[in-house]
Write a protein that binds this ligand. Structure first.
Ligand code: PMP
Length: 467
């Protein structure tokens, strides 16, 4: 019933040792090195549905999901077929293709429609009015990574306003461009790094970092620097310091305050887009599924992960008057040899087409089931914990009370996570190798896969309690 194991080729330890000879730290992205959980990272050779298989031929139920793209599960047949067909037609042209326009249209339509499903919104309960009043994506440009999308978005915000300063929130991660690494989440949270070496003081000084979910801090910063702030970037719902959803009305208020000072609001949905719900996190707010969220709209939105279905593809979209400042129409330059790559676009289109109401309902069901079981397992062992949700995303923090910002996130018994993580891994469940990351479920997590996780959670909770 599980993924057939492949013939062992070498051990994970051998693969890691060899990798370290040629690749810094043996990895091409830091959290893969298991730095905060210890032990030997698994080197993977294949994946199917909810499973991944390592070089030793062991399979695991996967809750990393390539850090978000695998909404449908791994190697979904329709996506693989679309990729194979596109590859046979041409790997890269460096010229425009009709597929790019189609994907842009799909993203625009999906982001403006009511979510198929979400907490409190099942598809069978939807009314007929499909369309929230605001359509925030008048233009979409495709790039290859989330980092490029956010980097371009802040350049656009500065180019559009003629102002230098950028506001971000502590614990939010927007990729690894220079301006955005200050007090960032994701791997920097995992490695307890406040920022990165190699970023000039001049650049760092142009980023103001504010505490999340704190409108007083926003008002104070805007009062002091308002006329110099060009852009404000925020994760639609924070999910790179663990999941920390915005407080009720926070995004809407942030949008209004940002417009008051004449700045551009960039909502980063690289992680949440078409995952938190079928219309991203904003769709939940715009449709009042998240209360007090209606009546605002982002100026720019960044996407990645799900829209590329596992291939390198990301996008920025938003108001035409801002996006049309991009070259060739306007003075803000951005380009990419592989932007809109036809194979990646084919994967994206196939993924978005396959991601129907049934997919989001399954994803929501699996998230509900696992979040509840996780809490129950930890409670049974007397482990202080808090589970936070953002649509179908969730994560655990080892503390009483839900953390609302990065300072609170860091006040937890993070030392419990390595034991929890390794107990699960030993039992065949692959969790994110950091407590500061969301758990990514997929529509391919069938009852067999879910039951395997349900069996393992009490074992992992016991290990966490003993840590
Ligand atoms: N923004 C957010 C919210 C993200 O979660 C990420 C990646 N985890 C990025 C931007 C950067 O995307 P990429 O890794 O594709 O550069």
């Amino acid at each position: 019933t599980t993924h057939p194991t492949t013939k062992p080729t070498l051990t994970n330890a051998e693969a890691f040792a060899r990798a370290r000879n040629s690749i810094p730290g043996g990895v091409n992205s830091p959290v893969r090195a298991f730095g905060s959980v210890g032990g030997t990272p698994r080197f993977l050779v294949s994946a199917r549905g909810p499973y991944v298989t390592d070089v030793e031929g062991r399979d695991y139920v996967d809750l990393v999901g390539s850090w978000g793209p695998a909404l449908l599960g791994h190697t979904h047949p329709a996506v693989v077929e679309a990729v194979q067909q596109a590859a046979a037609r041409g790997l890269s042209f460096g010229a425009s293709t009709p597929g790019e326009t189609e994907l842009a249209e799909i993203i625009r339509a999906r982001y403006s429609a009511k979510p198929f499903t979400g907490p409190g919104c099942r598809s069978d309960e939807r009314d007929d009015d499909d369309t929230p009043p605001i359509r925030p994506l008048e233009r979409v440009r495709l790039v290859s990574t989330g980092t490029e999308a956010t980097m371009t978005a802040i350049r656009l915000a500065r180019g559009f306003t003629g102002r230098d300063l950028l506001v971000k929130f502590a614990g939010h991660y927007h990729g690894h461009s220079d301006s955005l690494l200050a007090e960032a989440g994701s791997g920097l949270a995992t490695l307890s790094m406040p920022g990165s070496a190699g970023i000039t003081e001049a650049t760092a000084a142009q980023t103001l970092v504010l505490p999340y979910n704190d409108l007083d801090a926003v008002r104070a910063a805007f009062a002091q620097h308002g006329d110099r702030i060009g852009g404000v970037i925020v994760e639609a719902a924070a999910a790179n310091m663990g999941v920390v959803p915005p407080s009720r009305g926070f995004n809407r208020a942030l949008s209004h305050l940002t417009h008051e000072i004449g700045a551009v609001l960039i909502v980063d949905e690289v992680l949440t887009g078409f995952r938190a719900s079928s219309a991203g996190w904003w769709g939940l707010e715009a449709s009042n599924i998240v209360p007090d969220g209606m009546g605002w709209s982002p100026d720019l939105v960044t996407f990645g992960k799900v829209i590329g279905g596992g291939l390198p593809l990301a996008a920025l979209g938003g108001r035409a008057d801002i996006l049309d400042r991009l070259a060739p129409l306007g003075p803000v330059y951005q380009a990419g040899t592989l932007s809109g790559n036809p194979v990646a676009v084919a994967a994206g289109i196939a993924t978005m087409r396959a991601a129907d109401a049934a997919v989001y309902e399954r994803v929501a069901y699996v998230a509900d089931t696992l979040a509840a079981a996780l809490s129950e397992a930890l409670a049974a062992e007397g482990v202080a914990h808090s589970i936070q949700r953002a649509g179908t995303l969730f994560s655990v923090a080892f503390r009483e009370g839900a953390p609302r910002n990065y300072d609170e996130v860091r006040q937890q018994d993070a030392f419990r996570y390595p034991a929890f993580f390794h107990a699960a891994l030993d039992a065949g469940v692959s969790l994110p190798p950091s407590v500061f990351e969301a758990w990514f479920v997929s529509a391919a997590h069938d009852d067999t896969a879910v039951n395997r996780i349900l069996e393992v959670l009490p074992v992992a909770a016991r290990a966490a309690a003993a840590a």
